[in-house]
Design a protein around this ligand. Structure first.
Ligand code: ATP
Length: 281
């Protein structure tokens, strides 16, 4: 079993603090005529133990949302509160420390160090953070992702799916408050992708891990508890207990909305819940 944070340690929604909260977050890249508003007033609170997928058309702000939420980038205005810590005004050094302590990452391209073994890759973040390595926990997580027999192998000796399993083990081993996953199945074939998604889901169900996952894939999103939809830097809807079909249908609708001429597309005219909590758009 995965160890780690269980839902009942933190409770669900209600008065308990959120694992990640964004308050009126805006992010503008550049200045003047070339300024791009990537996030335009995002408000959301994600509970501990929740698995959230973030979807939206290309350029809608998904990566920016993830980077601001994870403390990889700072909002232009607004606040991000991660595991109870307000990131506003933190220095790069403080953010790096916070990420090492409280955040796990899973990327599309695995981001493993090729010269390190499976086990060394998994323990690297803990070493960098100067944390004591619990060998039993490391062995347990590696076993859980099905790589017990591969502990001394190098990434180059593993399949893509196995490499992503290493990345999952690396993200989970330090029991982070939140795991942020950016297209974790983007480089995998369908069957391997499902295995990886099942592992992520299991860490949520068994250990109460909190996961935020950016994806373009409705099937991947259907493994989450809820999906938030971004358009043009705003959350314009949320789907609870998503099925792949329902997600695909909504994405088709959203894509059609952004492909319409700008003058006919107005979020307020659509009766949108901009805070993303109403479930309709
Ligand atoms: N560093 C940057 N400098 C300037 N503009 C940026 C920068 N990063 C992102 N943008 C712009 O911000 C907007 C949102 O980008 P973002 O990458 O967050 O979208 P996305 O939904 O993740 O897109 P995709 O699905 O194509 O990866 C886009 O218009 C993009 O061009």
């Amino acid at each position: 079993m995965f160890g780690g944070r269980r839902r009942d340690q933190h409770g669900g929604s209600g008065s308990t603090p959120a694992a990640v909260r964004l308050d009126s977050v805006r992010k503008t890249y550049g200045k003047g005529d070339s300024a791009v508003e990537a996030l335009r007033g995002v408000d959301i609170a994600l509970d501990y133990g929740s698995f959230t997928a973030v979807m939206g058309p290309s350029g809608s702000g998904k990566s920016t949302f993830l980077q601001c939420s994870a403390g990889l980038d700072q909002p232009t205005t607004g606040a991000v509160i991660l595991d109870g810590v307000d990131l506003t005004g933190m220095t790069e050094v403080q953010l790096t420390e916070l990420r090492r302590e409280r955040v796990g990452f899973i990327f599309q391209s695995f981001n493993l160090l090729p010269a390190l073994t499976v086990e060394q890759n998994v323990t690297l973040p803990m070493k960098l953070a100067g944390r004591k390595i619990d060998r039993n926990r490391v062995a347990d997580v590696i076993r859980r992702v099905g790589l017990e027999q591969r502990r001394t192998h190098l990434p180059g000796e593993l399949s893509g799916g196995q490499q992503q399993r290493v990345a999952i083990a690396r993200a989970l081993v330090s029991e982070p408050a939140v795991v942020f996953a950016d297209e974790p199945t983007g480089a995998l074939d369908t069957r391997t992708a499902l295995e990886v998604l099942d592992l992520m889901r299991e860490s949520v169900l068994v250990s109460g891990q909190t996961i935020v996952m950016v994806t373009h894939d409705p099937v991947a999103a259907s493994h989450a508890d809820s999906v938030i939809f971004l358009i043009d830097g705003q959350i314009i809807g949320q789907l609870q207990h998503p099925t792949a079909e329902a997600v695909a249908e909504r994405m088709t609708h959203l894509t059609a909305m952004v492909e319409r001429p700008q003058r006919s597309f107005s979020l307020s005219q659509q009766g949108t819940d901009r805070r993303g909590r109403g479930g309709n758009y």
